[in-house]
Design a protein around this ligand. Structure first.
Ligand SMILES: [Zn+2]
Length: 234
């Protein structure tokens, strides 16, 4: 794609007909977008961009958006208190901890189970939309945001962990039992589908939209810029 627009800077790997192997990082000449070249060193299939990455990302992000509703509105925790079952949603749990004065736990659950998933879904959707509409600005910011989304992915199961901890703390005395309720699998679904959406997405597509250069970009040539050019080119 971005090959038709010659950047002022050095040519990209795609323009030079060179692709890097995703498995072993060997640089291999590839001719044409859809050629069935295999890496001569490790045998994995070569492509300039992850195939169908935007479509796959959209499918997964829409899935996570749909799952977000049952995850938040169905009860996530079931407490059997002296024989009577009590269900609470994520929001009930957050409010409970704030009322009890446990602001730390309240904030952790609020950030991990509400703010982080929403931020991830909105962030990835913004990046996908900006590729769809070929928006050539904020390329570096979008790359940084995407990197951050991938980084926080690993912390997304934090509140399932909190429920597990609570189970250990509360499971005695009058409270006969505490368990995960219907929202829990939906919540796991949100976490897994957003992580996969970030995983299948090819960040180089962000830079393809700008023809390898951001609008009005200065050629300051800092090490970060150089790395990004390298990322976008290969
Ligand atoms: Zn290889």
């Amino acid at each position: 794609m971005g090959a038709e627009k010659k950047a002022k800077g050095p040519i990209t790997g795609m323009e030079a007909g060179l692709s890097v192997c995703h498995e072993c990082r060997k640089v291999v000449p590839v001719h044409g977008e859809n050629s069935q070249v295999r890496c001569p060193r490790c045998g994995s299939s070569m492509h300039f961009r992850k195939p169908e990455s935007v479509t796959k990302s959209w499918a997964l992000i829409i899935t996570s958006l749909i799952l977000l509703f049952p995850a938040n509105f169905l009860p996530i925790m079931k407490v059997d208190y002296m024989g009577a079952a009590q269900y609470s949603t994520i929001m009930d749990g957050i409010l409970y901890f704030f009322k009890e004065g446990s602001y730390g736990i309240g904030v952790v659950i609020l950030v991990a189970s509400v703010l982080v998933p929403v931020f991830k879904i909105v962030g990835i959707m913004m990046i996908l939309l900006s590729i769809h509409f070929d928006i050539k600005s904020w390329l570096e910011h979008k790359t940084l945001m995407f990197r951050f989304i991938k980084f926080i992915g690993r912390w997304s199961m934090l509140d399932i962990f909190v429920i597990a901890l609570l189970t250990g703390l509360v499971d005695f005395g009058f409270l006969s039992s505490i368990a995960a309720a219907p929202a829990a699998p939906f919540f796991c679904g949100v976490v897994i589908s957003t992580m996969l959406a970030a995983e299948v997405f090819d960040t180089r597509l962000i830079w393809d939209a700008g023809g390898g250069k951001e609008d009005g970009e200065v050629d300051a040539g800092g090490s970060m810029d150089g790395q990004d050019d390298l990322d976008s080119g290969l």
